[in-house]
Design a binder for this molecule. Structure first.
Ligand code: FES
Length: 106
């Protein structure tokens, strides 16, 4: 299945727990979503180290701590001059009419 290029509605914002991860599988994406107020972050659910689920991992502030081996991943994008590190792929999501929506990158 090829990845969609149109926006993909995921779930109502109200269905996301505050400050914890939730796994969502839609349109070929396995996502870990994290909500802080009206801000939602989406990353691949698979840890880039060895594939553990990140949606079920512990959250401290706006960092996810992988439950398998403890690597920490910031949910905010890194500054452009930061050295490259192992990071899960980020996805663009916005809330549209109360629905968290994925905007796939072309
Ligand atoms: S699988 Fe996540 S730190 Fe190893």
């Amino acid at each position: 299945m090829s990845a969609p290029t149109d926006p993909v509605p995921l779930l109502p914002l109200a269905d996301l727990p505050e400050g914890r991860g939730r796994f969502v599988c839609r349109a070929g994406y396995d996502l870990a979503l994290f909500r802080f107020g009206d801000t939602v972050y989406a990353i691949d659910d698979a840890c880039p180290h060895a594939g553990a689920s990140l949606s079920g991992s512990r959250v401290e502030g706006r960092r996810v701590i992988c439950r398998a081996h403890g690597l920490k991943f910031g949910l905010e994008p890194s500054p452009p001059d930061a050295p490259p590190t192992l990071q899960p792929r980020r996805h663009c999501v916005r809330t549209v009419d109360g629905i968290v929506t994925l905007f796939p990158e072309a």
